[in-house]
Design a protein around this ligand. Sequence first.
Ligand code: NMX
Ligand code: MLT
Length: 433
Amino acid sequence: MGLKDVLKKKIDEHRPRIAKLTKEFGDVKLGEVTIGQAIGGARSVKCLVTDISYLDPVEGIRFRGLTIPEVMEKLPKPKGKDYPYVEGFWYFLLTGDVPTMAQAEEVVEDFKKRAQVPQYVIDVLRAMPRDTHPMTMLSAAVVAMQRESKFAKFYAEGFNKMTAWESMYEDSCDLLAKLPEIAAYIYRMKYKGDTPIASDMSLDFGGNFAHMMGIPAPYDDVARMYFVLHSDHESGNVSAHTTHLVASALSDAYYSLSAGLNGLAGPLHGLANQEVLGWIQDVYAKLGGKVPTKEDLKKFLWDTLNSGQVIPGYGHAVLRKTDPRYTSQREYCQKYLPEDELFKVVAMIYDVAPDILMEHGKAKNPWPNVDAQSGVIQWFYGLREYDFYTVLFGVGRAIGVLANITWDRALGYPIERPKSVTTDMLEAAAGIK
Ligand code: NMX
Ligand code: MLT
């Protein structure tokens, strides 16, 4: 059975569970909403459902029940490589089953048929001023392709709620398969003297991306690792939630992913990985190009906090411990680049920042998140244009959010529309008016 058939079977099995919960247990309470939560970004309000991943505040992320080390160990890998096929991971996120090598390779072949980027998308990218942020370019390229949507066509030709997931699945595969070329094209056009490298159809997602970026092995494995790590972080984060929200209006995958990417582009979300590198460069600049001492670094951290800025790469809305995605990349650095100067600075920040953030007393989580570590590896392999880092995050995040919106349509989730209240109403509820 191919991926789509396996998915259909899973969907058929899952639908009665949702129907039963809605019909028979729809009134069971999951919690209450406080005034603090209504004003404070709905933190901890349990009102989204996903089975693709779950984020425990202490343990961190599990993808379909597996921890990061388990995913890296169990999923099939290209011959001689250490990290799994992105295509096999897509299979896993969609179905919850660890694919066999043959199943993963079937998706690799399927993606190759879908990978060609239409010329008009390249034309759109080329028409944009070269100093446009690469996230704007990525988002624009995705939305420009909306005319390709099979879901939009299916809707226009007479919609059927039971089968809508099929065209959402098709759009998601089409879109995902094209992202490596779009991202690499943006990179080579913008930063490498407009020298795009043609795709090599003999390669998998990660391998072809590294090839089109012009970065030799082991960057292919770095790309696989990076895309898997950044794929999903349950449903409440800004990029996943936005993608889900937009798709809930029956907007197609192109509109929805583009919107999600726009959220990822914010400095409190995905852009923080760019900010970390910028911030470290500032440390160097202020110290006349020297590697900081711990004392220098502590002072710089305090200066950052005292000027009202956040320490990028630290803190989290849900996590209350070091992000396992940080740990995974730190372990990679300890193994492959232990003497790298930038890694040493990032490791030094890990030594001093949590205590300082605790003393500062504001952040609920003083520990690093994924963004504090991800730039070091990219930098080491020669990708030093750090405003591109969020694009890498975006390609990875697409895997998770597209799996989610495929399941959203499979389970027939309705349009998302929470209720708002006025300040007068809050004061009345508080008994002060
Ligand atoms: N440095 C300084 N202050 C911080 C930090 C930090 N790293 N993290 C949180 N705070 C402050 C926060 O600004 C808030 O201050 P105020 O009351 O003045 O508004 C206070 O601590 C309480 O915030 P929290 O409840 O701990 O955090 P929240 O859930 O609101 O926000 C983040 C979570 C991730 C937005 C926040 O920790 C942050 O801004 N971190 C730095 C940016 C970052 O690394 N973002 C990437 C997140 C991961 N990702 O890839 O998306
Ligand atoms: C993410 O990967 O989306 C970030 O860690 C932010 C979040 O989970 O809120």
